[in-house]
Ligand binder design. Structure first.
Ligand SMILES: [Zn+2]
Ligand SMILES: [Zn+2]
Length: 164
């Protein structure tokens, strides 16, 4: 008997979860996905992550798993799945993402702008399905064990210039 009521309570929870998911799903059409960690960061809802730079369109923060002494991510506040979802109408956005990445590097004291790496991972090599530009510097100091993830021009790592 006890077990039975416990079970029906759990079923209630599941239904509640499904209802929440449905609500979140309809929210995603209003440009935010409540289950997406980068959306939370972009909307100041993640206390763990320090936003380094922000404007109306973009935010920049540190990669939690840095592959170089400087490793930042620039993401649009609007939820865009990946660089595969980009079309020519996004060219300006990609350029502005790159500009913000470079500005952050300069703020952080990087002076050699030739020794930097800007690019996107293509699915399935993306860790979070919210478009993010990897900004790394200096290229010459990318950690060896992580280098394979950031080889320019490979299927894994698409440089900004190839999207332009
Ligand atoms: Zn998102
Ligand atoms: Zn990535």
């Amino acid at each position: 008997m006890l077990f039975g009521s416990e079970l029906s309570r759990n079923n209630g929870d599941i239904q509640e979860n499904i209802r929440n998911m449905a609500t979140n799903y309809s929210d995603s059409s209003s440009l935010t996905d409540q289950t997406c960690v980068f959306c939370l960061i972009a909307n100041d809802q993640d206390k763990e992550t320090e936003v380094i730079k922000k404007n109306k369109e973009l935010v920049c923060f540190r990669d939690i798993d840095p592959a170089a002494p400087h490793h930042y991510l620039v993401v649009p506040i609007q939820h865009i799945e990946s660089c595969c979802s980009l079309h020519t109408g996004h060219l300006g956005l990609v350029e502005r993402m790159a500009e913000m990445g470079k500005a952050v590097l300069q703020d952080q004291g990087i002076t050699n702008m030739k020794d930097i790496q800007l690019g996107f991972h293509q699915p399935p090599y993306t860790s979070v399905n919210h478009l993010h530009l990897h900004v790394l510097a200096p290229t010459s100091q990318i950690y060896k064990h992580m280098m394979y993830k950031f080889i320019p021009g490979t299927y894994r790592f698409v440089m900004v210039k190839y999207l332009q």
